[in-house]
Unconditional design. Sequence first.
Length: 90
Amino acid sequence: MPVPKDEFEQLHPCDFYTAEELLDPDEMYTVYEIARMLQELDPDAEIDAETEAILLDWAIPWVISNADDLVVADPRSDDEPGYYGLATDE
């Protein structure tokens, strides 16, 4: 259900990193690592499952929104997620 804006103490601009600002062009990342990095956490930071689920709510739309600037790699094994990286001219 919608919530009135005046119920919040502060509203922030919806300003996300671009793919180029967030990702190292020589690295590939899982959506879980991207989720952490969008919150200025280390990609390997230990977080609880509930927090990770919330961060994924931000990361998945970010990946979709930045799809034109990304490349995708299949998982290296069946028990691993796929990887995303910054598209380069190479």
